[in-house]
Design a protein around this ligand. Structure first.
Ligand code: C2E
Ligand code: MG
Ligand code: MG
Ligand code: MG
Length: 286
């Protein structure tokens, strides 16, 4: 019996090993394929920027977030969760990020009336950690936004806690260098990583986005209610706006009716929309 048991262990682990090795190969093939295709995508402008409206507690549009979409001829649709980490690792994120910034600045400068007529307060875009910690990040951002004419406060930059963790003092320094140009920051996915409440008052932030994981089924989950209420309370104290991410149901919405949150983002209201549909939507608002 011992022999049989030993035989099974060896066999299973060998199979597991082969399977694992196979998985790794598939993963690294996919990775290098994605990396190759990302170069092509940049060259051939295969990216698209979608915009997801955010609403106030009454349900009226107040802002939007720009989100990358990529359809590749060979790979089909590849989601940002898949290609952003690859782009981050190989450094292409810097160029991709510049493209996102330029596209958003162009859209804002073409639709200043949205902002002056009170249809939108800002459009935010995501800045990845590698992009943020690049040596000339501030100069590059300023150079791109200066290509266009618009009040910079119409654009906001979303960063995650990851950028602060590496070196909080340099993060503060970089942020302030852009804040003097009226470019403000939002802390994205708050609570999802190695969150520290101390970031909320150390970093010069305008708003904090409460991670989707706390919002999902909040009407049924008293633990998450306590966490979210604590984040809202702390944010008020530090004069930070709260944004709720990933709200999907009317029950979750009901929970936030009486809460002091500046904006809600989620499929319950809007999915990310292609640029054309977003422009049509905003133009249709009274
Ligand atoms: P994120 O910045 O936290 O963006 C919000 C994500 O949640 C988006 O996913 C959005 O489509 C999704 N979402 C919004 N409402 C709901 C909802 O009600 N339910 C669910 N389940 N999801 C919802 P997406 O577009 O797939 O982007 C994923 C992540 O990829 C983003 O998370 C962001 O970290 C990154 N990303 C997207 N575009 C860019 C970009 O231009 N630059 C950088 N650096 N990262 C980007
Ligand atoms: Mg974001
Ligand atoms: Mg987010
Ligand atoms: Mg999120």
């Amino acid at each position: 019996h011992a022999d049989i048991a030993m035989y099974k262990i060896k066999h299973t682990s060998r199979n597991d090993y082969l399977f694992y090795r196979h998985e790794l190969q598939v993963m690294s093939t996919f990775r290098s394929e994605v990396e190759q295709r990302l170069h092509v995508a940049l060259r051939e402008e295969a990216f698209e920027l979608y915009f997801q409206p955010m609403v106030n507690v009454a349900g009226g549009i107040v802002a939007a977030e720009g989100l990358l979409r990529w359809h590749d001829e060979k790979l089909g649709w590849v989601g940002p969760q898949e290609f952003i980490p690859v782009a981050e690792e190989c450094g292409l994120i810097v160029e991709i990020g510049q493209w996102v910034l330029r596209q958003t600045s162009l859209l804002i400068s073409q639709h200043l009336d949205w902002f002056t007529e009170g249809k939108l307060r800002y459009i935010s875009i995501n800045i990845s950690p590698r992009q943020f910690s690049q040596p000339h990040f501030v100069a590059q951002v300023l150079e791109i936004i200066e290509e266009f004419t618009f009040p910079h406060s119409y654009l906001r930059l979303e960063i995650t806690e990851g950028v602060a963790m590496e070196n909080i003092n340099s993060a503060i320094y970089i942020m302030n260098a852009l804040i003097v140009h009226e470019l403000f920051f939002m802390l994205d996915d708050f609570g999802s990583g190695y969150s520290s409440l101390s970031y909320l008052h150390q970093l010069p932030l305008k708003s904090v986005k409460i991670d989707r994981s706390f919002v999902s089924k909040i009407d049924q989950n008293t633990d998450n209610q306590v966490i979210v209420e604590a984040i809202i309370y702390i944010s008020q104290h530090f004069s930070l706006e709260c944004v709720v991410e990933g709200l999907e149901t009317s029950e979750e919405y009901t929970y936030f009716h009486e809460k002091d949150v500046a904006a809600i983002q989620g499929f319950h209201f809007f999915k990310p929309l292609p640029r054309g549909a977003f422009v049509t939507l905003l133009s249709s608002l009274g």
